[in-house]
Design a protein around this ligand. Structure first.
Ligand SMILES: C[S@@+](CC[C@H](N)C(=O)[O-])C[C@H]1O[C@@H](n2cnc3c(N)ncnc32)[C@H](O)[C@@H]1O
Length: 418
């Protein structure tokens, strides 16, 4: 019996359509690049290393070819990179494409040395593709049918005038007759894998702390990192009694799905905010991805070099008096970027001595926490943990089901060491 001849080997494009393992696809693409580059040795595809010509399958034109290949398979419109995944048929999954591009970048960084050349992500098309995919990670607008609402009765804390500070009286407004604006309503997607679409215990705990100690944010410009479903930020806007919450609240996050849901939750609670004396124009939402937000220096005014994507939120960050963040210490890879953002907040803008960051962190992993604390120390940020007894005395206002105990949450206040 004669062996059946194998069909022509798959091209890289065909492998992608078959959703072959990503390394197999990348190997195939690199093989194709070596052929292309050896045919065009005189062109810019050649790296010179010690007088010897070495072809790099990672060169800029090659990166460009990779970007075009992905674009041509993912969408008909590769020129604008305006992906419309939903209208495309018979395509590999978006998650697979994301994985493929991520692995391509990882391999590029790892294998750079082989070609004795500095290899970086340089091609503009590939850069926009990576950016687009990172934004798209969670842009599949979650199906509202898989959402649910958490409805809370949030007390307004009234500080008794006679005793001036200590006596706090909780006043609840509204009954369950369903009047608009009586309750704080938070839309969540409990089964979605975007962490920003759920409410986390640390977010609830930080909100409870603000209700108990509203003076921390009263009449302050407040900014929130990783705001998720928005409970903490919305509570910050009102707590302290009618019209006496924060002066302004800017809630930020970075995935599109989270930002859309955050906007929805702010809109749905507009009446709740208004009934509590909040001017809704002072509650805003913006994109902010942790990391280096550009240089800033202070002369007469504030000079900021903003990245396009973070603009608006960068200004809010620098102008804020208080930075809030709940359950943002969990991904070890993001810690340096997170601390870099906290440091930017504490060290730029006006009245540096009054700036503070209030974090509620859920303790899950020692290595992650050690890194967080080391990064803070390296940047001269002092982290004061709020005493346990004080935390245990907080009122339980958000009695929903959480994965972890309130006791796993640590509240801390950060300042720059002067
Ligand atoms: C565990 S959730 C906490 C959400 C909310 N603060 C709470 O406590 O319910 C972490 C949040 O941080 C956001 N996040 C994670 N990495 C980020 C990054 N690199 N830049 C900006 N936001 C990020 C996520 O989108 C998510 O909303």
């Amino acid at each position: 019996m004669t062996m059946q001849t194998l069909p022509q080997p798959y091209t890289t494009a065909a492998l992608i359509r078959a959703m072959a393992p990503v390394d197999v696809v990348i190997d195939s693409f690199l093989r194709e690049q070596i052929i292309v580059t050896s045919q065009s040795c005189e062109s810019c595809d050649v790296y010179c290393a010690g007088g010897e010509h070495k072809m790099s399958p990672w060169s800029v034109p090659s990166q460009s070819r990779f970007a075009s290949l992905i674009a041509s398979i993912s969408t008909a419109n590769c020129a604008s990179f305006d992906f419309d995944w939903t209208s495309c048929k018979f395509l590999p999954s978006q998650r697979y494409i994301s994985k493929l591009v991520t692995q391509y970048i990882i391999r590029m960084e790892k294998e750079a040395d082989t070609y004795n050349a500095v290899v970086e992500l340089e091609d503009d098309h590939l850069v926009s593709l990576v950016y687009h995919l990172s934004m798209y990670r969670s842009t599949i607008v979650p199906d509202p049918c898989s959402s649910c609402f958490l409805t809370f009765q949030v007390p307004i804390t009234m500080v008794s005038n006679e005793v001036k500070s200590t006596k706090i009286v909780y006043q609840y407004s509204g009954d369950h007759s369903g009047n608009e604006g009586d309750f704080l309503q938070i839309r969540t997607f409990p089964y979605h894998n975007d962490v920003g679409l759920k409410l986390w215990e640390a977010g609830a705990c930080l909100a409870e702390y603000l209700i108990q100690y509203p003076e921390v944010i009263r009449a302050k410009n407040v900014m929130e990192l990783g705001a998720g479903v928005g409970l903490t930020g919305l509570v910050a806007a009102v707590c302290g009694g009618c019209g006496e919450g924060a002066r302004s609240v800017h809630m930020t996050d970075y995935t599109q799905a989270t930002l859309e849901n955050l906007r929805f939750n702010a809109d749905v609670n507009a009446e709740w905010l208004k009934k509590r004396g909040v001017d809704v124009r002072n509650v805003s939402i913006g994109f902010l991805e942790w990391g280096d937000l550009g240089d800033c220096k202070q002369n007469d005014g504030l000079e900021i070099r903003q990245s396009v994507t973070n603009s608006g939120s960068t200004t809010a960050l620098l102008n804020a008096d208080v930075l809030l963040a709940a359950d943002v210490v969990y991904d070890i890879h993001c810690i340096p970027d997170l601390v870099c953002t906290v440091n930017r907040f504490l060290s730029c803008g006006n009245s540096l001595e009054n700036k503070k960051a209030l974090f509620a962190t859920t303790y899950r992993n020692k290595t992650t926490f050690d890194l967080f604390e080391n990064e803070l120390e390296k940047r001269g940020i002092l982290c004061d943990y709020i005493p346990k007894q004080l935390q245990e005395g907080l009122p339980s206002i958000f009695p929903c089901y959480f994965n972890q105990q309130h006791a796993d949450v640590r509240l801390c206040c950060m300042k720059l060491v002067v």
